[in-house]
Design a protein around this ligand. Structure first.
Ligand code: ATR
Length: 279
């Protein structure tokens, strides 16, 4: 264990609830590995105390904080600056204290994209199906339209929400997303919904998965369970599958780099995967 002393810089995750977060283990592991004097804790902050908590972060000169549910939208009201990309994503998961100025970023979509690339799954020039139109979907839709997916089809249990998000992407990114699922092949299929996440283990965001075959890459943002019903069915159909653990790790790595302004070594992903997440 590294030594905590008078010079130790503070980092934390703010959420409600927050006790199940893996971020403290991950960030403290990286600090120890890199020999950097930071400590990262989990702080439970109820929605009515978020403003006070952010003022506390400022007052106590935390180096930065990660923000998780349900605060990713509300926090935008209480910080000083928001990166252009986080503004487009509509949410903030990382706040960096830059000499007293609190600057918001969102590393979720980049983390997800890097986890796909790590598995050899490209988005540029590919036909992509995205399931879900909630807070997890929006940053991915923005980023994938910027990257230049060949086509993006967005489906959601409540179709109006998919249409609303498609409209938003058209306005903000000038990219036309289809909300009608009618292709018989997609290169990449992504679940951004909470269907299948613990404890709703039996749920699956799609009924008909007959269009998935061995040429499809299927990703789920869920990492608990490590294989959702959705991924099980995709794997059975021959697809390459990937869960949300890589996204969790990469969004943390990118956040760590923002907090410390240090570029982590390429192999940090493998090291964290193996040493923090291998059961
Ligand atoms: P947030 O914005 O906080 O991420 P949300 O707005 O509840 O959360 O979005 C969750 C997404 O998961 C939505 O797209 C939701 O579909 P609806 O818009 O129809 O609510 C989707 N979702 C949640 N549970 C689902 C289920 N059992 N089957 C299919 N989609 C589901």
């Amino acid at each position: 264990m590294f030594e905590i002393n008078g010079h130790t810089k503070q980092l934390a995750i703010l959420g409600y609830p927050v006790e199940h977060s893996f971020s403290p283990q991950m960030h403290n592991f990286i600090s120890e590995k890199m020999g950097l004097n930071y400590v990262y804790t989990a702080l439970e902050v109820s929605p009515d105390k978020l403003k006070d908590a952010i003022e506390g972060i400022r007052a106590m000169k935390f180096a930065g904080v990660n923000i998780t549910a349900p605060h990713k939208y509300e926090v935008m009201k209480y910080i000083d600056e928001i990166s252009e990309q986080a503004r487009k994503f509509g949410s903030v998961n990382t706040v960096v204290n830059k000499c007293g100025k609190l600057v918001g970023y969102n590393t979720d979509a980049d983390g997800f994209y890097r986890s796909l690339l790590h598995e050899g799954i490209e988005i540029k020039d590919r036909d992509v199906l995205i399931i879900g139109a909630g807070g997890a979907s929006k940053p991915v839709c923005v980023l994938f339209s910027q990257i230049g997916a060949k086509s993006i089809t967005l489906v959601n249990r409540t179709k109006e929400k998919a249409e609303e998000l498609a409209e938003y992407i058209h306005t903000v990114c000038g990219y036309k997303i289809s909300t009608t699922h009618c292709r018989n092949h997609y290169d990449v299929v992504i679940n951004t919904t909470s269907a299948g996440m613990y404890p709703q283990l039996e749920e699956c965001p799609l009924d008909d998965m007959s269009f998935i075959d061995k040429k499809t890459a299927v990703a789920d943002m869920i990492y608990n369970p490590s294989e959702t019903v959705f991924l099980k069915r995709a794997k059975k159909a021959g697809a390459k599958t990937i869960n949300g653990l890589g996204m969790l790790i990469y969004q943390g790595i990118i956040a760590y780099e923002l907090f410390t302004n240090i570029k982590l070594p390429e192999n940090i992903f493998e090291t964290v995967t193996k040493e923090v997440f291998s059961k």
